[in-house]
Write a protein of this length. Structure first.
Length: 128
């Protein structure tokens, strides 16, 4: 399904099951941090609900984004010599409710959760 740019604002998250976009971003800001966006991992998990593969979800949030936002350093890869910022994630199985901006809910069978992050050589553990 193709979406014209004029239609994007009229299409809620769950009414379109195919996204031609190469990136995934949370669009997180003060009005939606307590729902329905919450965080980047919730947003990525919503794309799993829509049937996108885990590989495509991760690529759209990492390597594809790094290519678009040329930060002057090679990021979004784990190859030797690259900056090694790493998010270790766990793919949980279960029943998880996901809510879109219109308040509609879908239940997903998988959800990404943070295990640990390494940034600039420092290890960060998630907060509850």
């Amino acid at each position: 399904m193709k979406i014209r740019s004029a239609e994007i604002g009229k299409t809620n998250f769950f009414t379109c099951s195919r996204y031609p976009f190469p990136l995934i971003s949370s669009d997180l800001y003060s009005a939606n941090i307590n729902g329905p966006v919450y965080d980047q991992l919730t947003t990525l998990s919503k794309f799993l609900v829509l049937g996108m593969s885990l590989h495509d979800v991760i690529a759209r949030a990492t390597v594809n984004a790094a290519r678009v936002f040329n930060f002057g350093a090679e990021i979004g890869t784990l190859k030797p010599g690259a900056e090694a910022d790493v998010s270790v994630l766990e793919l949980k199985d279960g029943e998880f409710p996901f809510i879109d901006s219109d308040g509609k809910t879908r239940t997903g069978r998988q959800k990404l959760e943070a295990v640990t992050t390494v940034k600039g050589g420092k290890v960060f553990e998630p907060t509850a």
